[in-house]
Design a protein around this ligand. Structure first.
Ligand SMILES: NC(=O)c1ccc[n+]([C@@H]2O[C@H](COP(=O)([O-])OP(=O)(O)OC[C@H]3O[C@@H](n4cnc5c(N)ncnc54)[C@H](OP(=O)(O)O)[C@@H]3O)[C@@H](O)[C@H]2O)c1
Length: 278
């Protein structure tokens, strides 16, 4: 029941009505018995700074931030964490006393999900990350901190790949479609929007699948559909393949813990993201 004591969190973005975050976070609050509620707040482009001021004025405890506000809010908070400063974007705002702190949980959420799903840390592994958008930036930066042995960043636009590779000392750039880059990797990550429902080039696979081996760890961060063409190809040859729901939950769990100080109930959050069994 919502009462005068209920605490408020939410997600700002445009569009945001389709977001899975309300289902995930409200399930987490319920599982932990917390008197909190999480809502989707449509905020038009250019109003990210106003939303940060509103967070302060309204006493909102925490905000998730999605497109198009991730960079805008970074310029409007009182303080940025080192990760948010490096990336220049925030996906999570939390309060520390009177101050509003901007942070990014995407990269560490990816690493946490990788560890949970594969039962091993990225430390010492050789990664091929395909893509150089916002998600790839977070992932490469976090893999660098997590001690990856090497990271090859391959992207359609090579200039963007170089910018992303600059975020980790062990990262270099590669060529999209290069079989040798796949062969030389322990783990292959799709961080492009290829494979996404309603995304570019339906059915296209972002890596040369003929170079995949059964011992590859494969992650597709796209989570709609859950089984992308890359994951289907990886599973067909017996490779261990993880979908994007893990990263989605990983980043949400870290935000939840910053807001509430309570350990995130991962199972309840995952069930909420997946919806009722079909
Ligand atoms: N699981 C999660 O928690 C999570 C979190 C964030 C994002 N995602 C998913 O990850 C995907 C990327 O998100 P983002 O925010 O990084 O997007 P973004 O910033 O728009 O980047 C898109 C990336 O996809 C590449 N790309 C687009 N169309 C392509 C094509 N036809 N051929 C080859 N490459 C193409 C772009 O290459 P260019 O640089 O050459 O344009 C770029 O590298 C989306 O599907 C998103 O839903 C998942």
């Amino acid at each position: 029941m919502i009462t005068g004591a209920t605490r408020l969190a939410g997600v700002i973005g445009d569009p945001v009505r389709h977001s899975l975050s309300p289902a995930i976070h409200n399930a987490a609050f319920a599982a932990c018995g917390l008197d909190w509620v999480y809502v989707a707040l449509p905020v038009p482009a250019g109003e990210g700074g106003a939303a940060v001021r509103a967070m302060r004025a309204l006493g909102i405890e925490g905000l998730s931030v999605t497109m198009p506000h991730k960079a805008d809010v970074a310029g409007a908070v009182d303080e940025l964490t080192p990760v948010a400063r490096t990336l220049g974007v925030c996906n999570c705002l939390y309060r520390r006393g009177d101050r509003i702190v901007g942070h990014s949980t995407d990269g560490d959420g990816f690493v946490a999900a990788f560890e949970t799903r594969f039962g091993r840390a990225p430390a010492g592994l050789r990664f091929l990350v395909v893509g150089a958008g916002g998600a790839a930036r977070s992932i490469v930066e976090a893999l660098g901190r997590a001690g990856a042995a090497s990271i090859v960043v391959a992207n359609r636009s090579p200039d963007r790949a170089a910018e992303v590779a600059a975020l980790a000392a062990v990262a270099t750039t590669g060529r999209l479609g290069d079989r040798e880059a796949v062969a030389a990797a322990d783990a292959v990550v799709n961080a492009t929007s290829l494979g996404m429902e309603g995304g570019p080039e339906p059915g296209a696979v972002p890596v040369p699948i003929e170079a995949l081996r059964p011992d590859h760890l494969v992650v597709d961060i796209v989570y709609e559909p859950r089984v992308t063409p890359l994951l289907a190809a990886a599973e067909a040859i017996g490779a261990d393949a993880a979908d994007g729901v893990g990263m989605l939950i990983g980043q949400a769990a870290l935000s939840f813990e910053l807001w509430t100080g309570v350990a995130a109930p991962l199972e309840a959050m995952t069930r909420a993201a997946l919806g009722p069994p079909s």
